[in-house]
Design a protein. Structure first.
Length: 129
């Protein structure tokens, strides 16, 4: 699976996903501090799921209607970096195909997938059609 990890994602998560065979582009390694709009643009350009711990992406996706290939929001405060990596890797292993074009929230006790959130409205900026 191809993912673009926002800079707020723990490095241990990125490393674990790479070890599991996923292609993970990491904003922290590419261009730290780029605006959220640019993160979304790059995720679209790469046809990658956006992996983030930033709730602002929900605002951009739902209220502003930004189209993305899919979002995985990590809500695992209080867990060790290794445990976070394990939880995220397991969620992607078990639900990865369901996460495409959907908004997923990973919490310590659940994986919630809001289905069919991202319907392309046509070609151009913000779409991946």
């Amino acid at each position: 699976m191809k993912l673009l990890a926002d800079e707020n994602v723990d490095k241990s998560i990125v490393e674990r996903l790479r070890d599991d065979g996923h292609t993970v582009l990491y904003v922290l390694e590419m261009e730290p501090s780029i605006p959220d709009d640019e993160v979304i643009r790059r995720a679209n350009q790469e046809f990658a799921l956006l992996l983030t711990a930033d709730k602002d992406f929900g605002e951009l996706v739902f209220r502003q209607g930004r189209i993305v290939h899919g979002v995985i929001l990590i809500r695992l405060a209080g867990l060790s970096p290794q445990r976070k990596a394990e939880v995220v890797a397991t969620a992607i292993q078990e639900h990865g195909d369901e996460m495409v074009q959907n908004f997923t929230v990973i919490t310590p006790g659940a994986v919630r997938i809001r289905r069919q959130c991202f319907q392309p409205k046509g070609k151009g900026e913000g779409s991946y059609a």
